[in-house]
Design a protein around this ligand. Sequence first.
Ligand SMILES: NC(=O)c1ccc[n+]([C@@H]2O[C@H](COP(=O)([O-])OP(=O)(O)OC[C@H]3O[C@@H](n4cnc5c(N)ncnc54)[C@H](OP(=O)(O)O)[C@@H]3O)[C@@H](O)[C@H]2O)c1
Length: 233
Amino acid sequence: MRALITGATRGIGRAVAHALAKEGYDLAITARSLSDLEDLRQELRGIYPHLEIIARSADLMEHYDIDALAQTVVQHWGGVDVLVNNVGAYTLGRLGENEPRELETSLKVNLLSAYKLTLPLLPAFKAQGSGHIFNIGSIVTRQPRVEAANYTIAKFALDGFTKVLAEEMRDHGVKVCSILPGSVNTSSWDGIEAPKETFVQPEDVARSIVAAIQLSSGAWIEELVIRPTDRNF
Ligand SMILES: NC(=O)c1ccc[n+]([C@@H]2O[C@H](COP(=O)([O-])OP(=O)(O)OC[C@H]3O[C@@H](n4cnc5c(N)ncnc54)[C@H](OP(=O)(O)O)[C@@H]3O)[C@@H](O)[C@H]2O)c1
């Protein structure tokens, strides 16, 4: 079994990498920092020496990097059983406060990173007739956040992609799931005063993904909303 995880070196992606390795998945892990990737690869190899861990540095804002990453995985493995499109970036600003091009940046990192990486992998998913794709969205598509307008718009766009993808892949035995977390205790919150121990923990998201994969072949979790119990976050 083979899994590709984007943004694997910190936060949710890192927890998912550990959880899928524990389940026996060979991993392709990606992020921009090569040294962080190498550290994670060494850490995983220390715990799971029998697994294959491919570490590829890629900036998922860059079309060339995304394409090269997809080609590496297709050429090396032929495809993957699990794809976790986790990369995203939260930005603040109400409508009109930021330059219009900042929406384009937000769409690149939150939507196009997933869209452009997934499309070249679809023929392999269809040929194998099974698999799982998880797109990490956000609770902002349930409760639009006016102070994070571009992020909210971009996560709605990602949700649209996820829904179309789910319908497209349903008849090919591939389950596509939208994960919508509220506040998660990750490095995204570095430097911000907040009761992070009351947040959703990255391992909670990882456990949910493992549980969704383990359902019987006829059952499909289409969407998972994971909120903190703390009403203020
Ligand atoms: N944390 C929350 O409260 C929260 C809530 C709802 C939804 N989410 C969503 O969950 C996802 C993960 O968030 P997180 O908080 O776990 O993130 P995080 O802790 O900030 O980690 C981000 C990961 O993505 C990589 N990354 C960032 N930009 C990248 C780029 N342009 N190209 C390639 N890799 C990149 C980072 O490594 P490098 O810096 O080395 O590239 C790192 O591995 C995001 O989609 C986010 O929107 C988070």
